[in-house]
Ligand binder design. Structure first.
Ligand code: ADP
Length: 231
């Protein structure tokens, strides 16, 4: 059984078709790149999984449950099990590194002792434990992105979704972010990363699903970004 299933998913925005009958199966523990030019439909696909958007037709299934059938009061549970990391970090500038992660756990009513145990653990995982009292403004771009990954990990999600996580950082910082994502994946978390970072994709040699104009044009194990350029 696949952990994530997109079955014939179509998404129309008014008169624009963003996704056309997309079918993807992702097994638990996979590392998958979704690649393709801007506007290909990558973010729309991610939003469907956390029910930020609903398909016009087709089904999105997470661990055997149709995401559309999840009652509204259980949506937070879905979003806890699927951590999301964005290109622009979405950090709280007035809070320290520690507090940025702690806030994510407080939202789900964790007891203080649990927060005190979980936060250092995830900060250690992303190599930021020694920066726990710094503020986001004192961090490099790569450190900010690793902090946003730590925050997504605070709920111990089954799946980590990253939407262009290397889009705003330099190549060295990108390598560090990818090492962290690979480590998280090796510990059993499924990682799905939307990107048009060709260098990163070609280095990692993971499954590559390529999209264009809302359709899947290829799906390869140990794939490359593409031999052709992306315009
Ligand atoms: P990608 O992440 O690959 O850049 P997106 O999923 O963001 O692509 O967008 C796919 C297409 O859907 C784009 O052409 C975009 O303009 C369109 N789109 C996305 N969101 C909306 C929306 N809320 N309303 C109308 N069109 C949208």
């Amino acid at each position: 059984m696949a952990q994530i299933e997109f079955k014939n998913v179509t998404k129309e925005y008014e008169d624009f078709i963003a996704l056309k009958e997309v079918t993807i199966f992702i097994e638990k523990g996979e590392f998958v790149f979704i690649v393709g030019p801007s506007g290909a439909g990558k973010s729309t696909l991610i939003k469907m999984l956390i029910r930020d958007e609903q398909p016009t037709s087709g089904e999105v299934v997470f661990e055997d449950k149709n995401v559309l059938d999840i009652p509204r009061e259980d949506l937070c549970n879905l979003r806890r099990r699927i951590g999301v990391v964005f290109q622009d970090f979405k950090l709280l500038d007035s809070k320290t590194v520690f507090e940025n992660v702690a806030v994510a756990t407080e939202v789900v009513d964790c007891p203080k002792e649990e927060i005190d145990a979980v936060v250092p653990n995830v900060l250690n995982m992303v190599g930021l434990l020694d920066k726990r009292d710094k503020y986001p403004v004192q961090l490099s771009g790569g450190e900010k992105q690793r902090l946003s990954i730590a925050r997504a990990l605070a709920h111990e999600p089954d799946v980590l979704i990253a939407d262009e996580p290397t889009g705003m950082i330099d190549p060295v910082a990108s390598d560090e972010v990818m090492i962290v994502l690979e480590r998280i994946n090796e510990m059993g978390t499924t990682v799905v990363m939307a990107t048009h970072d060709e260098v990163v994709v070609n280095k990692m040699k993971k499954r590559v699903i390529r999209m264009k104009n809302g359709s899947i044009v290829s799906d390869k194990k140990k794939g490359k970004y593409d031999e052709q350029s992306d315009e």
